[in-house]
Every structure is written in C-alpha cells, then in structure tokens.
Ligand binder design. Structure first.
Ligand SMILES: Cc1ncc(COP(=O)(O)O)c(C=O)c1O
Length: 421
C-alpha cells in the first residue's frame, strides 16, 4: 500500500479542493490548527476594508440602518441554514462562554428541569468553569462531572444511566477538544428527553465540519465558536441556537436593550423579544461579526455533507498513516479509530510532544513549517480543515514527524513554552 500515491489519488478526486484558493495561504506551510483558529478567507479582507473605510469611516452612524442591523440578520439566517433550524431560533453574538452562562442560568431558572448540572471530564475547561460558577443555583450546590474509563471516548451506557438516575441539565461538547470524540447526538437527545433532561451541546469543534441538523437530531440547545472550522477570525462571536419550544419557557438573565422587543423605543420597561433575539444583550460586535458571513458562505457553498465526507476520508487516511509510520516510535493515537465517532482532528501522544511541536512549527530550509497545536501533558492535535487541507499535506506531516523521531531531533532543543501553544 503506497500511502503517498493514495494521497495524490485522493487529492485528484477531491471535489472541494478548489476552496483552498479562497483562503490566504502561506507558502511552505501546512496549517493543522484550523480546529483552533481557522484561516483567513481572502474575501474577508476586502469586506473588512469596506466596513472600516467606507461604512465606519465615511458613512458612520447611518451604517446601522443601511448595513449593520441587516448584516446581523443575514448572518443569523445563514447560520440557521447551516444547522437546519428555524430563522427565529439562532443568533451569532458574544462568546461561547458567555452564551453558555446565559443559557444554563436560564434553564435553571425556568424550573422546567431538575436543578442538576451534569457534564463530563472530556468537556472543555471553560464549560466546566461556567457550570461551576452556577452550582449555587442547583439542588445540591454542586455539579456532577462524569468520568469514564477511557479518556478517548464517552461511556455511552454510563451516560445513559446517568440521565435516568440524575435527570437535569447536561452540557457536553459534541466533539471533544482533546480526543476528538463525536457523541451520537440524536440518540442522546432522545434518552435525555425520555428522562426529563436536556443536553446543551457545545459544538465549538463540530460546527462547520460535521453535519449538525437540529431538527433531525431533535436538539434543544446548541452553541459554539465560529473562529475554528467556520473561519470567522480571532474572537469572532459564537452561535446560540435554542428551539422555539424551549425559547418560550426561558429568559435571558442579562436584560440588555438589544434583547428588548423594540430596542429603539427606549421603553423604561423591559419586554423581551419573542424569538432568539431575547438572548441578545448589548450592541452586536459588528467588526468581529462580519467575517463570520464569509465563513458561513464558504461552508454553505462547499456543502456540509461534502465537507464532512472529506473530513472522514482525511481522518481515516491520517489514522492509517500514523499507525504505519509512527507507532514504532512510541506514538499513540488518542482519538477514536471509528470515523463515525470522530471529529476533524486526530490527537497523537508522545513524551516529547511539546518539543516535536516546536520543531514542526519552526520548519527549516529543507522542510515546510507545520502548525499543529499542543495540549498538555503530551498531546499533539492535528486538525484537518477540509476546505484547505489536502491528503498530501497529511502525508508530509507524518513523514516529517517520523524524521524528527528517528533522528531524535528533540534532544537538540530546549522545552520553553510561549503563552499560547
Ligand atoms: C469546546 C470549546 N468550548 C468553549 C470554548 C470557549 O469559547 P469562547 O472563547 O468563545 O468563550 C472553546 C474555545 O476554544 C472550546 O474549544
């Protein structure tokens, strides 16, 4: 099996390969960190230029009426197309952490569910902190964090049992940030519903790269970052989806003017909007919102099922390559083998993970720079964003890691770390 040839063949047959040219690409660099911060779409540069120079620079306040209020609606509507929700159920604004706080608070206050907060150890730390900050509103003033035997996968039976024994409000990351485990969303939503529970899905590592159909999966609440696979840029706002059935029963704890039914009436009394707009608080962050439009346009144009298909093919190819080339050097795959339970990154572990990352990022005159990311203690995450990563990129990455390991290059460098890894 010639894996290099397979890479070339797969790239030739790739139906969405042309999308790479729509991004700014550095020469001699393989970017495997689209699961943290996606690349810059070329059109976003022009759009931001117009927004800053023309709309803000010249047209100033009139841009709210002429461009920006509509821009927000337009982006929300594209997001609803991506996840197959109704238009009144989704908005893009504020960070994932802030939206998570608002929605969990609102669900606890609604008295619709048992006041139990449950998550698992695979969830992202910020989610755990947010839940912890709300524990005083729960029955037992604590949160439950499920721990499974494996750090790669969820123990589905244990989770299902927990819905029965401890119904309440669950928060799970649809694709886990470390191991890339992808939960069976529809199946778990059903078990939750049948046991008087609700799952708040953090889709940060899934949106833009896996098929999320909130209607088909009967999802009640979902949210997540747009700066990863949706290429919205650093700190772009998160999306928040709440089904209309749930929306009717909950209120935003932050009663800001933009969540008012008619913000520009400047009414002294707060009357919340009837749709998802009630979860707005302050002025939309137009500068960081605008790039989300292109991110969504690219994903919608490529088609989320095509993106997911390529992601699965890339993942299977990468997994085979790692097994063939790297396991003899004590590299362990810390992501699920089965593609139906895996998102769009694969994590590998090695005792020298950090120094290997440093060497990859540095590159040299004979070798491309390769940008993965490092997660303590010993994880290297290889994120493959199907819109701009090719099979040959993955081949070159694994062969480079093999060279580094074979020659023990890591022994020649120090292991100091910057703030962001
Ligand atoms: C799974 C997950 N949830 C939440 C967050 C936090 O998002 P934000 O910075 O928008 O609050 C991140 C950030 O990387 C994440 O990966």
């Amino acid at each position: 099996m010639d894996l290099r040839k397979i890479a070339f063949d797969n790239d030739n047959n790739d139906t969405i390969k042309s999308f790479k040219s729509r991004f700014v690409n550095n020469l001699n660099e393989i970017y495997l960190d689209g699961n943290s911060l996606g690349k810059l779409p070329k059109k976003t540069q022009d759009d931001l230029d117009i927004l800053i120079k023309k709309q803000w620079g010249n047209e100033l306040i009139s841009s709210w009426n002429n461009h920006w209020l509509e821009l927000h609606n337009e982006i929300n509507s594209k997001m609803s197309n991506l996840i197959n929700s109704n238009k009144e159920e989704v908005l893009v604004g504020e960070s994932t952490s802030v939206n998570l706080y608002k929605i969990i608070y609102a669900l606890l206050e609604s008295n619709k569910y048992e006041k139990n907060l449950v998550t698992d150890t695979m969830n992202f730390p910020s989610d755990l902190y947010i839940l912890d900050s709300l524990k005083n509103l729960t029955n037992n003033k604590l949160i439950t964090i499920l721990k499974y035997n494996s750090s790669k996968c969820c123990d589905i039976d244990l989770l299902k049992k927990s819905f029965k024994d401890n119904p309440g409000i669950y928060c799970l990351s649809l694709v886990t940030y470390k191991s890339s485990y992808l939960y069976p969303m529809k199946e778990l939503n059903e078990v939750a519903e049948n046991n008087g529970s609700i799952i708040v899905w953090d889709c940060s590592h899934a949106i833009g790269v896996t098929e999320i159909d909130v209607k088909r999966s009967e999802t009640k609440v979902a949210l997540g970052c747009t700066y990863k696979f949706l290429n919205g840029g650093p700190g772009s706002p998160s999306f928040l989806y709440v089904s209309s059935e749930i929306l009717k029963k909950i209120n935003n704890p932050i009663k800001g003017w933009f969540g008012h039914k008619n913000p520009f009436d400047f009414d002294k009394n707060y009357i919340p909007a009837e749709n998802i707009n009630k979860f707005k608080a302050g002025t939309p962050q137009i500068l960081s919102l605008l790039p989300v439009r292109n991110g969504l346009d690219l994903a919608l144009e490529a088609g989320i099922s095509n993106i997911r298909k390529k992601s699965v093919d890339l993942g299977n190819y990468l997994s085979d390559l790692i097994e063939k080339e790297l396991t003899e050097f004590d590299v362990v795959i810390a992501s699920p083998k089965d593609s139906s339970s895996r998102g769009s990154h694969i994590t590998i572990q090695h005792d020298e993970a950090w120094r290997i990352c440093k060497i990859l990022i540095e590159g040299n005159k004979n070798r491309k720079k390769i940008i993965p990311d490092f997660r303590p203690e010993n994880n290297i995450r290889l994120g493959f964003s199907p819109l701009y990563i090719s099979f040959i990129d993955l081949y070159e990455t694994v062969i480079t890691i093999k060279d580094i390991l074979k020659n023990k290059e890591y022994l020649k460098i120090d292991d100091s770390k910057p703030n962001v890894t």
